[in-house]
Structures are given as structure tokens and as C-alpha cells.
Design a protein around this ligand. Structure first.
Ligand SMILES: *Cc1c(COP(=O)(O)O)cnc(C)c1O
Length: 357
């Protein structure tokens, strides 16, 4: 019996997207962001496909250790998290780079580094105000870490707040703060750009770049800066029922959609329990038999309903694509008032992952 919801991961798309980024910034080292199970794509197979990257970054120690245990010898970076002495010892033993993002992590590393040598990434809060040291504390910490013999390499990093507005005065201020903070540091050992920044700001492709969403095939700046990226994930579901309803009949919980004509409704075996967004509105496109048809009625835990009145030949057992190369996740994200990042990482455990080379 086939699972009714599956995610097909095209590993060749991951390799291709990494190539596209490599060509965009051939001088940079690429720290591929594989946090949150490689944005829901499955961290070990995704990292294998991305093994031409120079390093992998994750947000939890567990994820970094999993990569080491799987045999990857790349640079591994653990982004800002809470680490005690025992965990810093584990990072040192497993050769995992750590992020110094506040006074606490600075103190812990200063106390640990002699016995447990580490590579440290010192993070500036240039204006996002989420993680990182303010410019004064950063200057101080930079001096302190440079003087610690146990810190075998020091990378200066930041993370910018913009996801689409790349040219605003706010961004100019954040960039200026970073440039001031890294003055005099070897350019190979700085890191500023995520996907959007590396696309929009060639001058920020210094040292290490940290692409995430572009590796998985989405260009956050597709309109201004087109790139030949290929979506790696297809979320698919099987038709589990088809029925005809009369005008005036409603579909789904609380009757949020009512037929205005005789309508054919197909039910797909995917719901918010699989990671399809519950807030997807009536009209959200679903791809079936080579065309887009609208979602109708509220998304349930295990199923959704689509209007296939204008799509001939839909039958039980047929397959639909919720997002993938035919239907960008960004489109679904917009209909559901979320981001494709959340869609990808939200794909549930009960969804079968299948990998194609
Ligand atoms: C997630 C993350 C990235 C990658 O961002 P994308 O928008 O997916 O390219 C880069 N840097 C840091 C610190 C991150 O947390």
C-alpha cells in the first residue's frame, strides 16, 4: 500500500543549485545551510548531494554530530545556540566550529578553549537584534578571542535582517556596521551573506557565503535577479476520493467554500498533519493532470479538497503535486501567508521521502 503523501527529492537539483551558486561567487567558500534537516529535505542525503560545498552549517549540536557520525569530513558550523562546557568539549572533539554570539558563549569558550581547541565564528549584531554582540562588545570579544591560543581560527560573521528589501537605508546601515567591525581582518575569514544577500550584494560575497534556500531551488529575489535554480522537493499526494456536488453545497469543515455550479470535488491524502499549510486559502493552486486547479474548503489534518470540475480524467489513485518544479512553493506560501522555508521544514514525519539521482 502506497503512502498517500510523499516528498520526492531531486538530488541532481541540489547539485545543480550548488553549481549555480559556485559560479556566482567562485572566490567564496560555501557554507551550505543544512539546518532543520536540510530545510526538510533530509540532512544526510542532502549533504551527500551537496558534498562539493566547503562546509555545512546547522543550528543544533545534535544535527552537527549526526553529520560527523555519517562520515562527513567537511567544516561543520554550529550556529548560535546555548553550549555548556561539556558540549563545547564535544564540538572540539568532533571538530565542529562554534558561534560566539553573546557574553555567555564568549566566557564559556574562553574557559574551555585551552583544553579543547576550537574554531570560533564571532557574530556581530548589525541590526537584526536576534543574536550577536553589539559593535562595542564585538570589538572587545574580537581582541579577546584573537589572543586565546585555543582558538585556532577566528571567523567574523553577521546576519542581515532583509529578505526582500535589499537596498533600503536600514540595510545600508547594517552593512556599514559590519564593514567597520571586520576592518583589518583577513577577508577569507569573514562571512556575511545568506542567499538573498549573496545574490543582491556582490561586495558581500567575501570569505564564506551561507546559502540556504537557494540550494533547495528557490530564489528569494527572482524578479530582480533571475537565476537558473531548480526546486529540489516535490510534495505529492494521491487522490483518495472523487464526488459530484450540487450548487449550494459546501465543502469541508465549517463550510468555508460553497459550490456555485455543479462541481466535481477530489479529495487528496495530504493535510496539515503532513505539513500542507492549514492557512492555505480557497483558490490555492494544486497541480494535477498538467494543470492548476483550486483548493476549496478548509485544509484538514489528513486531507484537502480540490475543485476538478474543469479538469478531465481525475480519478481515485491519481497523483497531484502540492509544490515542486511545476508549482513553486513560494506561490503556495503566498496563498497561505507564510514562507516556503516554513513549508519545507514543516513536511511531516509521516510523509515518505524518496530520493532520485
Ligand atoms: C538560515 C541561515 C542562513 C541561510 O539563509 P537563506 O535565506 O536560507 O539563504 C544563513 N545564515 C544564517 C545565520 C542562518 O541562520
Amino acid at each position: 500500500m502506497q503512502n498517500t503523501a510523499s516528498a520526492l527529492i531531486d538530488l541532481s537539483a541540489l547539485r545543480h543549485n550548488l553549481d549555480v551558486i559556485r559560479r556566482l561567487c567562485p572566490e567564496s567558500r560555501i557554507m551550505a545551510m543544512v539546518k532543520a534537516d536540510a530545510y526538510g529535505h533530509g540532512v544526510v542525503p542532502a549533504a551527500r548531494a551537496l558534498s562539493a560545498a566547503d562546509g555545512f552549517a546547522v543550528a543544533r549540536l545534535k544535527e552537527a554530530l549526526e553529520l560527523r557520525e555519517a562520515g562527513f569530513s567537511h567544516r561543520l558550523l554550529l550556529l548560535g545556540t546555548l553550549l555548556d562546557h561539556a558540549e563545547l568539549g564535544l564540538c572540539s572533539a568532533a571538530d565542529i566550529d562554534v558561534t560566539v554570539h553573546d557574553a555567555g558563549s564568549l566566557g564559556a569558550i574562553a574557559a574551555t578553549a585551552v583544553a579543547s581547541p576550537l574554531r570560533a565564528w564571532l557574530k556581530l549584531d548589525c541590526g537584526m537584534h536576534r543574536l550577536g554582540l553589539d559593535p562595542d562588545s564585538f570589538r572587545h570579544a574580537r581582541r579577546q578571542l584573537a589572543a586565546l591560543p585555543g582558538v585556532t581560527e577566528l571567523v567574523l560573521m553577521t546576519h542581515f535582517s532583509a529578505t526582500h528589501e535589499m537596498e533600503s537605508p536600514v540595510m545600508a546601515r547594517q552593512i556599514a556596521r559590519f564593514n567597520a567591525a571586520i576592518e583589518g581582518h583577513p577577508p577569507a575569514q569573514v562571512s556575511a551573506a545568506n542567499s538573498a544577500m549573496l545574490i543582491a550584494h556582490p561586495d558581500l560575497r567575501l570569505g564564506w557565503v551561507r546559502p540556504g534556500i537557494t540550494l533547495y531551488g528557490e530564489n528569494p529575489l527572482a524578479i530582480q535577479h533571475p537565476l537558473p535554480l531548480r526546486p529540489a522537493m516535490s510534495l505529492r499526494a494521491i487522490v483518495i476520493a472523487v464526488r459530484d456536488i450540487e450548487p449550494g453545497e459546501s465543502v469541508g469543515y465549517d463550510g468555508c467554500w460553497t459550490a456555485v455550479r455543479p462541481s466535481r470535488i477530489a479529495t487528496l491524502g495530504v493535510g496539515y498533519g503532513d505539513g500542507y499549510p492549514r492557512h492555505a486559502a480557497n483558490g490555492t493552486p494544486v497541480w494535477i493532470r498538467g494543470q492548476r486547479v483550486p483548493l476549496v474548503g478548509r485544509v484538514s489534518m489528513d486531507s484537502i479538497t480540490i475543485d476538478v470540475t474543469d479538469c478531465a480524467g481525475v480519478a481515485v489513485g491519481g497523483e497531484a503535486t502540492l509544490w515542486g518544479p511545476e508549482l513553486p512553493a513560494a506561490v503556495i506560501a503566498e496563498w497561505a501567508r507564510t514562507a516556503s522555508y516554513e513549508l519545507f521544514t514543516g513536511v511531516g514525519r509521516r510523509v515518505t521521502r524518496a530520493y532520485a539521482d
